[in-house]
Write a protein that binds this ligand. Structure first.
Ligand code: PHE
Length: 340
């Protein structure tokens, strides 16, 4: 009997020691001591050899030891849980005095920037912005602009055809027609947008580029008005000292037509690398809206006249920012873009 009491005291002491050892799972200790094959259970089994008076004493004692071990296991579990939480809180703690993560603030793409600047110039002159579809009918892109089928002018714009009568617009001029069909004079619009030509990519060509079209139709509009508007555009875009000059040209949808140059803003007209020694840089096409185009849109050419112009936005951006390769505008290399 004393033997068993001693044994129980030992079991309790051992179990309590083990429970609080580092790296020991308290549940394992429970199985080891209190489980079916555990040490305490073995003691209870051996009680058969005791006298009827001794049995309840040992039984009570064994229950106390069991309760003590259970309590120690619970206490240890609570302790482990608390220290785990503490550990987590420590490792997750936030040092609010650390410098924050910096986010790069983006900015507009140079083409968008230029386009908006150009739009602002014309909006300031009372123009409004009109848009047309990029997938366009041959009718609007060519026929209504006085370019019938088989007209040689079609060869100068290598066009992506979708069907015989549907194409990717090769210029923004079809928007002129769409506007004039819907709206009667006075008309004062610009139309910036994407255009497509089946050109191979190189430093000055891309199958997708951008143009900005201008159209003014009213009573008594003359080439003098065209000149005034373009001069203002040139000075605003390339600098106050910029002059413009008209050279005779041919477009089927304008008569007379002109190509317009700006004086070289790099050398002031003396001749340099940028203007290839010319002193002038070709910048756009323009002219007085052809009477056939006006009447085709239901506008009487005897009552109204108008001018139109169109230029490449990439070309303006490249000249203005001294970009010598158009591909830079499309490749989205941050080293290039971040300079704007
Ligand atoms: N659409 C012509 C082109 O792409 C430019 C132009 C527009 C010429 C308006 C005259 C009038 O070459």
């Amino acid at each position: 009997m004393n033997e068993l009491k001693k044994k129980l005291a030992e079991i309790q002491a051992q179990a309590e020691k083990k429970i609080n050892e580092d790296g020991i799972d308290p549940e394992k200790v429970r199985i080891e001591y209190l489980g079916k094959k555990g040490d305490l259970t073995a003691v209870l089994r051996s009680m058969g050899s005791l006298s009827p008076e001794e049995r309840p004493q040992i039984g009570q004692l064994a229950n106390k030891v069991r309760a003590a071990i259970e309590a120690a296991i619970e206490a240890r579990k609570q302790h482990l849980k608390a220290s785990q939480l503490e550990h987590r809180l420590m490792s997750e703690k936030l040092d609010v005095t650390m410098p924050g993560e910096r986010f790069e603030i983006g900015h507009r793409h140079p083409l968008t920037k230029i386009r908006r600047e150009l739009e602002d110039i014309f909006l300031g002159l009372g123009f409004s912005i009109a848009e047309g579809p990029e997938v366009e009918y041959d009718y609007y892109n060519f026929q209504a602009l006085n370019i019938p089928p088989n007209h040689p002018a079609r060869d100068t714009q290598d066009t992506f055809y979708i069907t015989d009568s549907v194409l990717l617009r090769s210029q923004t001029s079809p928007v002129q027609v769409r506007v004039m069909e819907k709206q009667k004079p006075p008309i004062r619009i610009i139309s910036p947008g994407r255009v497509y030509r089946a050109d191979d990519v190189d430093a000055t060509h891309s199958p997708l580029f951008h143009q900005l079209e201008g159209l003014v139709v009213d009573r008594g509009i003359t080439m003098g008005d065209l000149k005034g508007v373009l001069e203002l555009f040139a000075k605003n875009t390339f600098g106050e000292g910029t002059r413009i000059r008209f050279r005779p040209h041919h477009f089927p949808f304008t008569e007379p037509s002109a190509e317009v140059d700006v004086s070289c803003f790099a050398c002031g007209g003396k001749g340099c690398r940028l203007c290839k020694g010319e002193g002038w840089i070709e910048i756009l096409g323009a002219g007085m809206v052809h009477p056939k185009v006006l009447s085709g849109c239901g506008i009487d050419p005897n009552e109204y006249s108008g001018f139109a112009f169109g230029f490449g936005i990439e070309r303006v951006a490249m000249l203005k920012y001294h970009i010598d390769d158009m591909r830079l505008l499309y490749e989205n290399d941050m080293r290039f873009l971040s300079q704007f």
